[in-house]
Each structure stands twice: as C-alpha cells, then as structure tokens.
Design a protein around this ligand. Structure first.
Ligand SMILES: Nc1ncnc2c1ncn2[C@@H]1O[C@H](COP(=O)(O)OP(=O)(O)OP(=O)(O)O)[C@@H](O)[C@H]1O
Ligand SMILES: [Mg+2]
Length: 300
C-alpha cells in the first residue's frame, strides 16, 4: 500500500524538491536515473545531491538500484510529494486528511481547503499503447513506458472530462490538477453499491442515474466504466465519478460502450431489486438515451 506522504512534506526543504523534480526529469529518458546525471537535472552540487538522496531515500520518496551503475527513481510517494507540494504552493489545498478510498488504480484522500475537497492520485493509466508510441514523451528508452507517464495521462484525462461535464452533468466539481493528481469537490453520500434503497426509491434513483448518462452523452462523452462503484447516492440526488477512461461520443466504440454502461447499471438494479426492475430492454433503453429522449424508466 502506498502511504500518505503529507506528514513527510513538512520535513522537506526546497532543495529536496529540486532533487525530486530532477529525478522526475531524468525518468523521461530512463527508468533508473544515473547518479552522475542528477546534479545537472536537479541543479544542485554533487555533495548536496548525496545528502539529499539519503534524506529522500530514508523517507521512501526514491529508490536506489545498483547493477552496472547506481540509479534512482521516484516511488509513488515521491511523485505524490511533488504533486502535493505544487498544490500547496498554489494554495489549492491546506492539508491532507484521512483516506476516502483505495483502489487498484488510485488513492483518494480528503483534503482541507476553504471547504472539504478530495485528492485523487492516479496509480496507473488507461492510455492505449498506440497513443504512447505516438507521443513518446516519457519513453526514450524503447521498452520502457513509465507509470509516471500513464498515471499523469489518466489524471489529465479525468480532469479534462470533469471540466467539460461540470456542471451540466452531476460530477464532482474539478478544482485543480498536477502531474498524476486531481483535486475535486468532495462528494457527500455513499456508493450505490453500499446503499439499500427503499422500494419506492429504486426506480427514481435508476432514473436519476440514467439521466446523467444521457446528460453526459449530450455533452459528448460516454463514461465507459459505469457501475454501482462509480455512482454516489446522496440527499440531493446522484453523482457519477471516476472518469479517466471516458470516450468521446464520436469514438468508433462509443455506442458499444454506452450499451455496456447501461447494461451494467440495469443489470445491477435487476439483481439487487428484482421486483422493481425486471421488464426493461437495455438495448432499447440505450437507443432512447443516445437519441436524448429518456425521461423515466416507466416510459420506456
Ligand atoms: N470526489 C470524491 N469525494 C469523496 N469520495 C471520493 C471522491 N472520489 C473518489 N472517492 C472515493 O474513492 C474511491 C475510489 O475512487 P475512484 O472510483 O474515482 O477510483 P478507482 O476506483 O481507483 O478507479 P477504478 O474504478 O478505475 O478502479 C471511490 O469509491 C470513493 O469512495
Ligand atoms: Mg471507481
């Protein structure tokens, strides 16, 4: 598990961040950055580099490997520290609180600011390999596609989509992004998967979710990972989150992905609330939603 780096940040000096961002730069070209190249990347003297390599290694921000040469790379924590430092400098956040969620692909924390916000660090990307090959920014070394690159791409993608969708679609309001991390509004409520709806709430909540799917489609996006884990239910309605894999409606697979999203949502409701939802054809529903004519499941 990746640990929360926020407490470590207070111990770091400006030159430690120079070292970390120097290693970050070196990782564009190779997985392990040779010790000899670090003073130039980090703009520090060789003695200072040695001192700060030890400090950062002790704090779990970098790792060392010695085979033909001694090389260093950032750990997740080191990359987190760089992003967090940037957010703090921009006054986007004032402090990091407890964990809100740990996924295979992300870590989400509560953060303090003028109001409670959420900070999501991406841990891996969805970037397809062709795109990586085209851009090659982090990948001078042919075999090596750095997680720094894919995680950063995933965060950029999620942030862009949130900016496009908010406020037309009920998504967390995007606040800031840097590297592999995004800051957004902290949602109230609880995941759909952990909610037990009363009989009379089932169809209205399903309607709310399907209307958001339709709203997103009208704004030009298909979520492409719709499930009971990516919807929050709260007093004001529903919020759909977790958008890094979203695709544009012009994408060749968009319609197929829309069908699958709707099938996932309906399938969940049919399994969990069989008495309330058992007569809906998901393909018909997807057609209605793609045409923008959905209002209520009772009318389909
Ligand atoms: N803005 C937010 N406010 C409150 N909690 C959040 C917020 N964003 C995420 N969370 C919590 O963190 C968990 C993980 O977030 P998210 O679904 O975005 O990432 P993920 O599950 O790792 O991604 P994937 O579903 O692709 O594996 C959520 O289930 C939710 O509990
Ligand atoms: Mg999720």
């Amino acid at each position: 598990m990746v640990s929360n780096v926020a407490p470590v940040l207070a111990e770091l000096e400006p030159e430690d961040f120079h070292l970390l961002s120097g290693i970050e730069q070196g990782m564009r070209f190779s997985e392990w950055v040779a010790r000899g190249k670090i003073p130039e990347y980090a703009r520090l003297t060789s003695e200072d580099v040695d001192y700060r390599l030890d400090r950062c290694e002790d704090r779990g921000l970098i790792e060392r490997k010695t085979i033909q040469y001694t090389g260093f790379r950032l750990t997740f924590e080191g990359y987190d520290a760089l992003a967090l430092h940037t957010f703090a400098e921009r006054d986007s956040i004032e402090g990091v609180g407890s964990s809100l969620g740990v996924g295979k692909e992300s870590d989400v924390y509560e953060v303090q600011s003028y109001k409670p916000l959420a900070l999501k660090y991406h841990r891996e990307g969805y970037t397809n390999f062709r795109e990586v090959m085209r851009e090659r920014e982090y990948t001078a070394d042919r075999e090596h596609v750095s997680w720094l690159y894919t995680a950063r791409k995933a965060a950029e993608r999620e942030y862009t989509v949130l900016e496009e969708l908010y406020p037309g679609v009920s998504v967390p309001r995007p606040v800031d992004h840097n590297r592999h991390a995004i800051v957004m509004e902290r949602m109230d409520g609880v995941e759909l998967s952990r909610t037990k709806l009363e009989d009379e709430q089932v169809r209205p909540v399903l309607d709310l979710i399907l209307r958001e799917v339709q709203n997103a489609y009208k704004e030009g996006y298909v979520h492409a990972d719709m499930s009971e884990y990516n919807v929050f239910v709260h007093e004001q309605g529903v919020t759909v989150f977790d958008w890094p894999q979203a695709v544009e409606t012009e994408h060749e697979n968009a319609r197929e992905l829309l069908d699958r999203d709707i099938e996932n949502v309906l399938g969940y409701f049919e399994r969990k609330y069989p008495r309330a939802v058992d007569d809906v054809d998901s393909t018909d529903l997807a057609t209605v939603i793609a045409d923008g004519g959905f209002e209520s499941i009772d009318a389909v």
